[in-house]
Each structure stands twice: as structure tokens, then as C-alpha cells.
Design a protein around this ligand. Sequence first.
Ligand SMILES: *Cc1c(COP(=O)(O)O)cnc(C)c1O
Length: 439
Amino acid sequence: MRYYSTNDQTHQATLEEAVLKGRADDGGLYLPEHIPVLPQAFVSNLQAMSLQEMSYAVANYALQGDVEASVLHNIVYDSLNFPIPLVYVGGNRFALELFHGPTMSFKDVGMRFMARMVSYFTKQHHKEINVLVTTSGNTGGAVASGFYGMPGVNVYILYPQDTLSPLQEAQFTTLGGNVTALEVNGTLDDCREMVAEAFSDKELNERMHLTSARTINMARLLPQVFYYFFAFAQLAEREQNVDQLVFAVPCGNLGNLTAGVMAKQMGLPVKRFIAADNCNDIFTQYLATGDFVPRKVTPSVAPAMDIGNPQNFAQLHAMLHSHVEACELIDGVACDDKQIMSTIAHVWQQEHYLLDPQSATAYRALLEHLQPGETGVALATAHPAKYRDTVEQATGETLRVPGTLSRFLGGTRHVTQLKSGYTSFRQFLLSRDHNNNNR
Ligand SMILES: *Cc1c(COP(=O)(O)O)cnc(C)c1O
């Protein structure tokens, strides 16, 4: 399969290039040349398959032999080694719990798969690759856990001083090994700027083989396609009506929604998607007006969705061709902090289901907009305990933190302090490169 750049159809790449580069040289995002449609018989038999079996089959169709079957089998089975249950909540509404991985957000799914793909490609060439990311919360933990111990890969995570909760921070600062945590005395934007400068530094790139683990990467998007199929399978297994299936997706960079649309284009029978935004409603506004206007972030109680310039938009737009087609398939719903808090409280009291603030935006969209005859699935993207303070404030009750999260808190922190600005970051990276050469 060839992958083309959303900026220029003629700019093409192999899967390996698309995965290792992330973004095309012309600044566009990669998409597969065509989206393979799964045979009807496959879709009708989904309920007989396990998550891993189904994911492997979907991956095989999607990658069309670009990764050796036995290798792909291992990558899928290793990455998806935790359950993704569909939980009944109330009415004809379900939650697809994507947060049972090692860092308890849905980002584990994409990151674990991507880490194994990157490691596979670098091993083939005996290359060493360096992953640079910034985090405001869940990405750091998922990258660290996903890439930890992967041969041939080093990870550098930049984050702004004094902004993360101890729980979030501990998820990526206590591992050590090939995971380096860099605490920057600046803002998240400063961190992003430093990483952007590193990627545009030709000399550094040639020396260190830099890559990002961004949500736009094919190796992150593809595994997110799997669980849409798995949700459908679990509904079919319960003999739930799947003729009018609606997915509500809490949106930030729009990676999750893009994967859903990809699943639909691969043949999953989805009636429509609801894109749920918080107050940073850039995508909802796009659907309403036809204009995509990035803007400065307004901080909210659902911080994983505080994105002012959704990165996956170009892919989503290219897949749907036009604003009209986007509106036919996707409805946009935004909600503010007060509505998020009241949804968490209401669903806990009425339906005895505890939502994290991000997933609450999606579930609220179902409560308000699901039509008779439709079956709604809200993607539950994080364990509520990751947002303990907010959730406790909403429900007025104490929340137990599962061991999977708290186990990091006792660990030794390995953190390097970094001055804001590119000079110090570049120096630091080069000193690491030097060490590697002398080993
Ligand atoms: C990253 C994240 C989102 C946003 O997902 P996108 O794919 O960027 O749209 C939503 N919820 C949680 C908990 C997240 O960590």
C-alpha cells in the first residue's frame, strides 16, 4: 500500500516512511492511497471473534502485506493485551471502555501498536531512532509505557513545570531506561516550540533520526480502527440492534474520530458519528459554518480536549472530501464546564456509571441527541481516577485510585530540568547522541 500526503496526492511514501516520519516532508499528513473495504462476510461474523483475532484480521486487510504476517500477528497480540469492554449504561446507551491499558487512557492502544511498529522498522535497518513528544497529561504516560524497553528507540518527553498532577507525571518520570523526562521551565507552547525547532533542524535530524509519536501517525490511527469493529461485535453478540449505530467521540486532535470514519469507510455499518467538543469547539464550529478556524486554547475541566488546532483535521477532511459530506456523517455537539460537571454527577446518580470529564462530553451528547431506534456508544477515553479531583468535585464522593495508577507514585523520579528555548534542548540531545556513539 502507498501512502499519499494530504498536501499533494503525488507525494507518496511506503508504510515504513509514513510511520517513521509521521508528517510528510511537504507538511501534509499521510493517508492510504485507497481504503480497503472488508468483505461483507467478515463484518457479519465479527461477533465470533476475540479483540485480538479481529484486530489482526483488520490490520492484515489494511496493511496489505506491508508487514510480514507473523510479525504483524505478534505486534497486534502484544499491543492489545488488555480488554476493551462495552458496558451498558442506560437507555440504549453504552460506553466503550478504552482505558484498561497500562496508563489507563485510550492512548495506550495507539501508542503500544505504534511503538512496536517503529521498533520493527528500526530493527530491520539497525537504526536507532529518537522520539520527541510534549505532553499536557495522557500522552506522556502512554508514550513512556508504550516505548519503554523497545530496542533501538529512545524517547524524550517535554512537559511544562508544575502543571501535571503527580499521578500523571509519575507515569513517565519513574521508568528511566530509554525514557527521558524533561521538565521545562516554561509553558506547554514553549515545549511545543522546542520540539518543532528540533524537527526543522536538518543537521540534528540526520544525526539522530528524530520522529514524533503524534496522533496523525498511521501506526497510531490504525489500531484505533480496531476497537470500533470490536464495539460493533459486542453489540451484535448481545443481539442489540446494530442497524442504527451511533458513536459519540470526545474530540481533541480528532485522531479518534478520524479512526472511526476510517472504520466506517472500511465497511463498518455506522449510521453517524457525534463529535463531542468541550469549550474549545473548533470542530463543532467547522461543522456549523464550513470554516475551520484554529484559535487559542481556553482551559477546561476536560484538559485532554483543550486543543486549539486539531492536528488530524487535514486527514479527516481529505477522507470526507467536503464539508457537506462531513455534515452528512458527523454531528457536532459542544458543552461547557458546567455541563460536563453536571453530566458526571447525573450519570453517577441516575445510572451508577462514573465518567471522566472527557468521556462525559460524549455521553452527554448521547443523552441529548440520540434518536429513537438508534443505539449509542460513547467512547470512554480515560479512567475517571485519572481526573480524580474533578470527578470527586462533581459527585461529592471519594474516588478509589486503582493500583495500576497509584503504583507509579512510589517510584524514583528521573527528571532532567531544562531551560526553555531551543539552544539548551539541542545541546542536551547532542550530548545524548554522543553517549550513544561511545557505548
Ligand atoms: C487525547 C484524549 C482525547 C482526545 O482524543 P483525540 O484523538 O486527540 O481527538 C480525549 N480524551 C482523552 C482522555 C484523551 O487522553
